[in-house]
Design a protein around this ligand. Sequence first.
Ligand SMILES: *Cc1c(COP(=O)(O)O)cnc(C)c1O
Length: 484
Amino acid sequence: MDIDEFRKRGKEMVDYIADYWENIRQRRVYPDVKPGYLRKCIPEEAPEKAEPWEKIMEDFEQHIMKGVAHTQSPHMHGYAVMSSGASVLGDMLANSMNCMSFAWETSPACTELEVVVTNWLGKMVGLPSEFLNTAEESKGGGVLQNTTSEATLLTLLSSRRQALSRLTVTLGNVDEARLSSFLVAYCSDQAHSSVTKACRISSVRLHTVQSDEQFCLRGSKLATAIQMDREAGLIPFYLCATLGTTFSCSFDNLEELGPICMKENIWIHVDAAYAGSTFVCPEYRHWMAGIQYVDSFVFLPCKLLLVNFYSCAMWVKDTSVIEKTLATKQAYTGEKKSGYQIDYMNQQISLSREFHSLKLWFVMRSYGAEGLQEHIRKVARLGSQFEALVRSDARFEVLASCGLGVVVFRLEGDNSLTESFLLELNSAGRTFCGKAVLRGLSAVRFMIATRCTTYNDLLYDWDQMQCTATQLLYKHKKYSQLPK
Ligand SMILES: *Cc1c(COP(=O)(O)O)cnc(C)c1O
């Protein structure tokens, strides 16, 4: 593609995207396709000869779009992955430069902007200054990872390295591999599956601790688990606490967990993937009480904060713990750096990395803290309005709601009823919800998932849900005739 062609097609593409967003309500939110559908429409082999752009776009609309679940539709309530024009355009710019930014030298602006935006963002969500890299002697700092799962794995591995180093000093010359087999990590029964995955990848024993009636991990339960493990000769070293759990948006009690972990030398990692964005509003920061005990904190601006994938912000109070685990011989750069001169390759698993900070910078500047707060408050308000609709219909029960845009509810009765409800609702393609299981109860997980969702959209979705419930209950002979 030559530069004139690029200019022409680029303008068309932005128009295509704007039309797509503007008219997204006209599309099915979830596609009506069967596994293998695409294979039937697309040749087995890549083309030998160049094909015209029009033909590629035509096939895109006809075949690819046909199988897309539209996360940016206001009728999507299954995943919150909110994007924005500012983010997409900032990312376009980053993609066009395709920078290498694993070390400061490889593209200084990439590294320095990442320090700036992680400081901005950290302050915006009210993190204590120990997490920020604001002075030459700062030990803390932020880094943009790809995903929460990577951040969990990284902090697990780093805290294990730290624990093993500490133990080999106190215990003398013991075999590290053997010592490692005595280590134990903790999370609650509501923690994200990525904690289990991280422990499995790294062969770490995981003790899953029961949460309370509010799905919150409490100090007393953790203390009991630790005592039990100590008596069995195990060595506690890591806790992944969650602020805003996946199934019910519940919050672990850091104020209770913190002092216990401090006493036991346990690294506290906080997974605030979803709810972290809401802390841009001071009124939600009470959920962070106890943050002073935390060692690492992660959230996803790509969930609620209008930044497109990937965007995962992680902060560590002592970044040297991560670097000691990950740094190889610093083959690319030589010396140990400080301040803004960071080699971010030493704080992530991969070597190469995208210019992730640019889209965040565009979003933070074009919305401002005020604009982002307003957006989060709108999400929360819409969530509460939807919850009121659900509560107005006695056939449904609300299992959990945190007032932050997530409502978990079910049809009264057997699990199979709610499961059929969700299946029928989603396969009709007009509105889409996620699934949750809470204490053995199947439920619908509803979240506000786009920046342009309106109350009218919710009324439409609620109407779909009520009709689906009525049809289903009639089919199950709960009504003798279909009510109006
Ligand atoms: C969404 C979410 C994740 C997702 O993890 P990724 O690896 O970034 O996809 C993890 N934890 C929680 C609590 C979440 O809500």
